[in-house]
Design a protein around this ligand. Structure first.
Ligand code: SF4
Ligand code: SF4
Length: 89
């Protein structure tokens, strides 16, 4: 049975921006887009781009941050009480 994310999680509060991309450092390897299970990274003109609505869909796994070898992605967990809350698991 296919899992519907909306049924197993909800987004609460205002996280603010918790992922920041330094475009100047990005070398366009595409690793962030490859590992993001929520498909929140786009490659445009040889550079990564984070979707505008990422705060609503991001699972806060930090995989994008982990695979960026050049340090172009800055990640910090949203403040307590905000972000994705899993209803199951
Ligand atoms: S992993 Fe880093 S260097 Fe590679 S495309 Fe993403 S932001 Fe750019
Ligand atoms: S933290 Fe995880 S879900 Fe969020 S943008 Fe990065 S890879 Fe995607």
């Amino acid at each position: 049975m296919k899992i519907e994310l909306e049924k197993i999680s909800e987004h609460v509060g205002d996280t603010g921006d918790f992922i920041k991309l330094n475009v100047d450092k990005c070398v366009g390897c595409g690793n962030c887009a490859l590992v993001c299970v929520m498909n929140l990274w786009l490659m445009r003109g040889g550079k990564a781009q984070l979707k505008d609505d990422y705060t609503q869909k991001c699972l806060e796994c930090a995989a994008c941050y982990s695979v960026c070898d050049v340090g172009a992605i800055d990640f910090s967990y949203p403040a307590g009480g905000t972000g994705v809350v899993f209803l199951k698991g």
